[in-house]
Design a protein around this ligand. Structure first.
Ligand code: PBG
Length: 317
């Protein structure tokens, strides 16, 4: 076996998996104000930024050859029903207008979920102590439509309500957005690895947790069912999230669906590597490229990662 491992050139010749910048999506957090560039404590190198800085960041993402960005909004005010989510003057809607004006060629996907917009931090409308599915689905369809109207290239529902893909698809189709794709967070687990993100997006639930809507980590058949349902309802791209602790799910979903598949290398996966690298416990560049390659090897076509910009730089070296 060692004959084909003897030099970098020989190893490249027989390499089975490629990792290219144009497979990577970079998540960004946009907030109100001007010239804001505020580092997220738990995610070194990630920032909440105002629209003017977001536009600059978007240019550099395009320049680096990344696939696109995934946008999360931090509204000025939150309320019980998350009305900032579908406000025409909302943070995402205004960010989209600026991005489409200044950097029209960059693919902008938007996160569709109420958790950043609700005062209680849950992903939907709370009734009797739990998130009400059908009320929430109505709001999500409204939110997705308002993103499409503002210029979103892809809408990405991450809430895990039942039936939301069908509702979003029909809202988009009825209003003239038949060509806007849906990337659904189809197999999203109730994971501890979202911890750092909740600081970045200011979206921690004030009571309880997300276990009544996100998938229970020990389950795998259930993830397949979730994906098949979303495909039936009209999803164009499905997603598994988190990525590294769920590579078996990534592999299985790709094998069973053959659908365009994204994997979300989430905040906790990112912050663990950053923390270890800061202590000098591992080589960040090698660890990140190895982890991203293994997500591709498992079967993901697209990887959403906070390391996207750094990875694109390393891949150019
Ligand atoms: C919103 C949402 C979350 C993430 C993406 N969209 C948080 C959650 O469900 O608690 C997590 C992203 C990450 O950890 O990087 N529902």
């Amino acid at each position: 076996m060692r004959r084909l491992r003897q030099s970098p050139q020989m190893r490249r010749l027989v390499r089975e998996t490629d990792l290219l910048a144009d497979r990577l999506i970079y998540p960004l957090f946009v907030t109100h104000g001007k010239d804001v560039y505020k580092e997220v404590g738990s995610m070194p190198g990630c920032y909440q930024m105002s629209i003017n800085n977001l536009v600059k960041e978007a240019r550099s993402v395009l320049e680096l050859g990344l696939a696109g960005i995934l946008l999360f909004g931090i509204p000025a005010e939150k309320d019980e029903v998350g009305s900032g989510a579908y406000d025409e003057e909302g943070i995402i809607q205004m960010a989209l207008a600026a991005l489409k004006e200044e950097v029209p060629d960059l693919i902008v996907a938007t996160d569709v979920c109420l958790c950043e917009y609700t005062s209680h931090g849950h992903c939907g409308i709370v009734r009797d102590g739990d998130v009400d599915n059908d009320l929430t689905v109505e709001m999500l369809a409204k939110m997705a439509l308002s993103h499409a109207e503002a210029g979103a290239d892809i809408v990405a529902p991450s809430d895990m309500m039942d039936g939301r893909v069908a509702a979003i698809r029909s809202a988009l189709d009825n209003e003239g957005f038949a060509s806007t794709p849906i990337m659904s967070y189809a197999a999203k687990y109730a994971s501890a690895f979202y911890g750092p993100f909740r600081e970045a997006a200011e979206s921690s639930p004030e009571f309880g947790d997300r276990r009544t809507y996100q998938i229970d980590p020990p389950n795998s058949d259930e993830a397949v069912r979730e994906c098949l349902l979303d495909i039936e309802e009209g999803a164009d791209i499905i997603m598994v999230k988190p990525a590294l602790p769920y590579l078996d799910i990534v592999y299985r979903i790709k094998q069973e669906t053959k659908f365009p598949l994204a994997a979300y290398n989430v905040s906790g996966e990112f912050s663990m590597v950053k923390a270890a690298a800061a202590k000098g416990w591992l080589d960040e560049k090698q660890a990140v490229l190895e982890a991203l390659t293994s997500i591709r090897r498992a079967g993901a076509d697209i990887i959403i990662t906070y390391h996207a910009k750094e990875a694109a730089g390393w891949l150019r070296e």
